[in-house]
Design a protein around this ligand. Structure first.
Ligand code: PMP
Length: 356
């Protein structure tokens, strides 16, 4: 007799999050940094392993890590919350401020994990829409706020997967509305360092705004799983109650502290990626594809006279993997390429020209 317990009814039909990996020479599908961290970082981290007191729990409050991150943003450690990737930051936020009986607002298409994690917490999700150019209007924001009365409102700037930045005026206006309603605005800046402006300038202790960031892109540390948010102290102290104790292991804390000492190297990498992004967008504009402006380390495009899935396969046959968004809602026929090294980008452009 089989006796399998069923998952929660509200989760039973849910799809997991998928990001297929294929073993090909040029992998430009997951928005990682194409560069490993500086060799000196790896050497110093290796040396730090020997000094770890492995039989002891790590610093539960990750005080030094929070202090260093806060210093980079000009705030104290009490306004920093760190976790295992910004995904865990988002999860902790939603466990704290969403959940059963509450509503979360997203503006689609956007990062799938915002609505996915909101659903996991039992919250209702209300989805706003963007226009054909993936631009969000304040009228649509007003409609969603009135219809859903959300507790948590997400913006993502630069937005994944479109690459577009939200203008400062829009974020400021949304923040005012969210504040008036007693809700929380989360601006996901996973790609913030590649953008022309950052919403961190809108942060104050009295504003219900948090900005999430990650070490996975700029800091070349996707393997480490480390992310954080900057926000008011009264939000951070609530999150500290919800997250699991000792969730940040000692080595990750060390890695996060050490990485910040290599800020100059990282800024140089960001500059190189932004330059390559400009080159890719320029080349795409000359081809038979629609391409959107990007403030991130990736570019979204749509082949005009060929089916997106066919182009994706053509690239793969030539050893280049990009993200296939062609069948995603609102992204009909679109593909997303992560900016790689110069050689990888050349391989992509060559493969695309051949395929088209
Ligand atoms: N936010 C956005 C918009 C992302 O694209 C990603 C990574 N794909 C994340 C958050 C999660 O990043 P991580 O958990 O690696 O910090």
């Amino acid at each position: 007799m089989s006796a399998r317990i069923r998952p929660r009814d509200d989760l039973a039909l849910m799809e997991g999050y998928h990001s297929p990996q294929v073993d090909v020479p040029v992998r430009l599908n997951t928005n990682e940094s194409p560069f490993p961290p500086p060799a000196a970082f790896t050497q110093r981290l290796a040396a730090a392993v020997h000094d770890v007191e492995w039989h002891r729990y790590p610093d539960r409050a990750a005080t030094e890590l929070r202090t260093r991150i806060g210093a980079m943003h000009g705030v104290g450690p009490e306004r920093v919350f760190a976790a295992n990737g910004s995904n865990e930051v988002l999860q902790t936020l939603l466990l704290t401020y969403a959940g059963f009986g509450r509503t979360v607002a997203t503006f689609e298409p956007t990062y799938a994990l915002h609505s996915h994690i909101a659903h996991l917490t039992g919250a209702t999700v209300i989805e706003g829409e963007r226009d054909d150019e993936f631009v969000l209007s304040l009228d649509e924001v007003d409609r969603v706020l009135a219809a859903g009365n959300p507790s948590v409102v997400f913006l993502c700037s630069p937005n994944n997967p479109t690459g577009r930045e939200e203008p400062r005026e829009l974020v400021t206006a949304v923040l005012q509305r969210v504040t008036d309603r007693g809700a929380l605005l989360v601006v996901d800046e996973a790609y913030g360092q590649f953008a022309s402006w950052t919403a961190t300038e809108l942060l104050t202790e009295d504003t219900p705004l948090v900005i999430t960031r990650t070490y996975s892109k700029t800091w070349s540390m996707a393997a480490a799983r480390l992310g954080y948010l900057i926000g008011p102290g009264w939000v951070v102290s609530e999150l500290d109650k919800i997250v699991l104790p000792y969730h940040l292991d000692v080595l990750k804390q060390q890695a996060g502290i050490l990485a910040l000492e290599f800020a100059e190297d990282m800024n140089a990498r960001v500059a190189a990626i932004v330059e390559e992004r400009g080159r890719i967008v320029g080349r795409l504009a000359a081809l038979d594809v629609q391409v959107w402006p990007s403030g991130a380390n990736f570019v979204l495009f749509r082949p005009r006279s060929m089916d997106g899935a066919t182009v994706w396969k053509g690239l793969l046959d030539r050893g280049v993997l990009v993200r296939n968004c062609a069948s995603w809602p609102r992204l009909d026929g679109c593909l997303r390429i992560t900016v790689g090294t110069k050689d990888e980008n050349d391989a992509f452009l060559r493969a695309l020209e051949e395929t088209l």
